[in-house]
Design a binder for this molecule. Structure first.
Ligand code: ZN
Ligand code: ZN
Length: 71
């Protein structure tokens, strides 16, 4: 679990909502078979400030040839 959101808030129990985002980008695919995706962390301190900050583990990397990265 990341300890700080990008805004510098501590992500501790009760201040974060943990979720799951299915994905097939390279960092996800490297984790092996089965469930591919990112663990997501929504910072509730940011939410209090009306900012949506979502962190992804592993970090999301758009895959080559995904259709939205043309040279
Ligand atoms: Zn935050
Ligand atoms: Zn991804």
């Amino acid at each position: 679990m990341p300890f700080l959101c990008p805004q510098g808030h501590p992500l501790k129990p009760g201040r974060v909502i943990v979720g799951w985002s299915p994905c097939v980008c390279p960092p996800c695919a490297e984790r092996g078979r089965g469930l591919w995706g990112h663990r997501t962390y929504l910072c509730l301190t940011c939410k209090d400030e009306h900012v949506t900050t979502m962190c992804y583990l592993p970090y999301h990397v758009p895959s080559e040839g995904a259709g939205y990265r043309w040279p």
